[in-house]
Write a protein that binds this ligand. Structure first.
Ligand SMILES: [Zn+2]
Length: 222
């Protein structure tokens, strides 16, 4: 299978970030089917969030409250036109901590979730699915994520991966192909960290250097 990658907005403080969602946009509920308690749910559209920090607005923005990934309008346009990336996009309104709109400062942001959902190869990873709630989507395994080891996808070896996807049991982690990483790099989309997808559950894995990956090889001097 081709390599796949885990991408995450950087928390580097050289950019504006979104530390939290306003209480009016978020509610917690208990799943009526499996009894899972205090699941978060976004209830406003657009979602209202605080934007904090100085500097530029990045193309990938971190939410500090829940691990949502926010995309700038520019990033959405580029991914939609250049990649096979099916995305659910929920518009976001940004406010400063005093409650003033920051809409004039940027071209728009969206909470992005990949539409394409793949599953891990539970058998090859030695995992047992303990529960899988059709109502809230929460899955439980016989191991903790820190003990999952290398991530193996349940996907045909010879079929190209979709450029953007998430895993069924995790709404927040985002995976992509090398092609999508290259699109991010070539378009200078700002503030993304990427690491090997197979290592997504391994602690302390180093981020990849996209410049090293995609820079054009220098011509040899004659
Ligand atoms: Zn449930």
């Amino acid at each position: 299978m081709e390599s796949f990658f885990n991408i995450l907005p950087s928390s580097a403080n050289i950019y504006i970030y979104a530390p939290t969602i306003l209480p009016s946009s978020l509610e917690y509920y208990d799943c009526p089917q499996c009894g899972m308690l205090q699941l978060p749910r976004l209830k406003e559209n657009p979602v209202k969030m605080i934007a904090q920090g100085k500097g530029k607005y990045p193309d990938f923005m971190l939410c500090g409250h829940h691990p949502y990934t926010l995309l700038s309008q520019k990033a959405v346009n580029i991914l939609e036109s250049e990649a096979n990336a099916q995305m659910d996009l929920l518009p976001v309104e940004l406010y400063d901590p005093k409650g003033n709109s920051r809409a004039e400062e940027h071209d728009g942001y969206y909470i992005m979730r990949p539409k394409t959902v793949l599953e891990m190869d539970y058998q090859r990873m030695g995992l047992e699915v303990v529960s899988d709630c059709p109502e809230c989507g929460v899955m439980k395994f016989d191991k903790q994520p820190k003990d999952f080891g290398k991530l193996i996808l349940d996907y045909p070896e010879d079929k190209p991966l979709p450029d953007l996807f998430r895993l069924k049991h995790n709404k927040y982690m985002i995976f992509c192909t090398k092609k999508l990483l290259e699109i991010i790099y070539r378009n200078s989309l700002k503030n993304i960290n990427a690491s090997m997808g197979r290592d997504a559950y391994i602690y302390g894995v180093e981020d990849l250097n996209l410049k090293e990956m995609f820079k054009k090889p220098r011509k040899k001097k004659e």
